[in-house]
Design a protein around this ligand. Structure first.
Ligand SMILES: NC(=O)c1ccc[n+]([C@@H]2O[C@H](COP(=O)([O-])OP(=O)(O)OC[C@H]3O[C@@H](n4cnc5c(N)ncnc54)[C@H](O)[C@@H]3O)[C@@H](O)[C@H]2O)c1
Length: 332
């Protein structure tokens, strides 16, 4: 029997990293999940892993395709829109792909959701929208200036603006979650964190597994306690939890925006040490120059999501977060 608090939720990009973890937590909370994914960057194996945990609908298709959206969205309570392209380097080379998939697809999906009377629409955004905050604007709040330095971040700003307009016009409840650096894997081992580079944790794990000879640390002379860059790392299951908490409270009115980060900075060197600890041996490191456009430090002010949604990151300790990445990389 379906619980009366159970919601019907569309999860776009649910065969990818963050979307699949959200789909899993939704299933565990008793919601009815329909994933839409092209499988271009996710995998059918992820859908199989989700299916091993209960019932899930899967639509293999593009979430901007108007020929599948009306039937997919009919009777749904909420849309969680994870599907996007999310590689900064790629966005610099092919900005038009990012405009199409991150902006136009979002617009089409939102309009279809409104047409079908879906109550709420939540968008995955990113701290890349803040660009390079100065020393005086760290930690970044949701009101910090937006100045994305690449087409990926710019595409998310435009997608956010589309949602904001729809909320201002009173057509649907919309909200944005701006994630900081996501890592980790489902602790129960149902899902895996992809260990593809250029993500730092992935590169560290590949090095620790012996799949690459050395790890280059880009920038060791920043004005930070250990000279390496500082970022805010947040566990993927905590991101999923933020989505569930948001879905319960989202209402029509002005669009709501939340930073989703742990609220403190962690250095690149601390991540390397955490992977070394999980692996039980050292990783050979080469010190390189900072990459063009890299910033020394950014971390979130997460007080809004804590106070308004009662969300608290369950994973605060970087060793515990990385242990879940390592477990996923070294077990079936
Ligand atoms: N992973 C991070 O560190 C991070 C940080 C900040 C924000 N985000 C955002 O979170 C979201 C998910 O990121 P991820 O890391 O899970 O990426 P991912 O590439 O692992 O997953 C994205 C999924 O969306 C699917 N997809 C892409 N375009 C589609 C379309 N038009 N229709 C249907 N499916 C489509 C892909 O096949 C893939 O399965 C993205 O919106 C991203 O911008 C991620």
């Amino acid at each position: 029997m379906v619980d009366s608090t159970s919601k019907k939720v569309i999860v776009t990009g649910g065969a990818g990293y963050v979307g699949s973890h959200a789909a899993l937590e939704l299933m565990r909370a008793g919601h009815q999940v329909t994933v839409i994914d092209t499988l271009e960057r996710g995998s059918a194996a992820v859908i199989d892993r989700l299916r091993s945990q209960g019932t899930i609908e899967f639509i293999h298709g593009d979430c901007g395709d108007p020929s599948i959206l009306p039937s997919a969205l009919e009777g749904m309570d909420a849309v969680m829109h994870f599907a996007a392209y999310a590689k900064i380097d790629e966005s610099v080379k092919f900005p038009e792909l990012y405009e199409k998939n991150n902006v136009e697809v979002t617009h089409q999906l939102l309009e279809s959701a409104i047409d079908q009377g879906v109550a709420s629409f939540m968008l995955s955004s990113t701290c890349a929208v803040y660009g390079s905050p100065s020393d005086t604007t760290r930690p970044v709040t949701e009101e910090s200036p937006l100045s994305a330095a690449n087409p990926y971040g710019q595409s998310k700003i435009r997608a956010e603006n589309i949602l904001r307009t729809a909320a201002e016009e009173g057509r649907i409840a919309t909200g944005v979650l701006r994630y900081f650096n996501v890592l980790g894997s489902d602790e129960q081992g149902v899902l895996k964190e992809p260990i593809e580079e250029p993500r730092l944790v992935s590169a560290c794990i590949q090095s620790a597994l012996g799949n690459r000879e050395t790890l280059t640390v880009y920038g060791t002379d920043y004005d930070t306690p250990d000279g390496t860059a500082i970022r805010d790392f947040v566990h993927v299951t905590d991101i999923a939890g933020a989505h569930l908490a948001f879905m319960d409270s989202i209402r029509r009115g002005p669009m709501r925006i939340y930073n989703v980060g742990c609220g403190h900075g962690i250095s690149v060197r601390s991540i390397i040490r955490a992977v070394e600890k999980a692996a039980g041996h050292e990783i050979p490191v080469i010190e390189g120059d900072p990459r063009k456009g890299d910033i020394s430090a950014i971390w979130a002010d997460n007080s809004r999501i804590r106070s308004e949604l009662g969300w608290e990151p369950r994973y605060q300790d970087i060793n515990r977060m990385v242990a879940t990445s390592w477990q996923a990389a070294t077990t079936d």
